[in-house]
Design a protein around this ligand. Structure first.
Ligand code: FES
Length: 85
């Protein structure tokens, strides 16, 4: 993954937007990947299709899989909250 700062100023008050690119070959950022997962994509291939791209070098597959796992873990915790004692 690569992060890119959109604003070039170095002012402390500036709210710089940082874009994290998950797939460099296709310029797919983290937000697009998370949106695709949020729409129901549950495999790396589905995320590529959900983002409207095809894998090229495939190096981003591990990162995309990690995002899917994180989403599944969070969904599981939300579905099965720990009972209060
Ligand atoms: S970085 Fe995603 S296909 Fe190359």
């Amino acid at each position: 993954m690569r992060s890119i700062r959109v604003c070039a100023c170095a002012e402390s008050y500036c709210r710089v937007e940082v874009i994290v690119y998950v797939c460099i070959c296709n310029a797919v950022n983290e937000r697009s990947v998370r949106e695709a997962i949020g729409r129901g994509c549950r495999t790396v291939g589905e995320v590529y299709r959900g983002c409207g791209v095809r894998p090229q070098c495939g190096r981003c597959g591990t990162d995309i899989a990690r995002f899917i796992e994180q989403h599944d873990d969070a969904s599981c915790e939300a579905a099965w909250p720990i009972a209060a004692e």
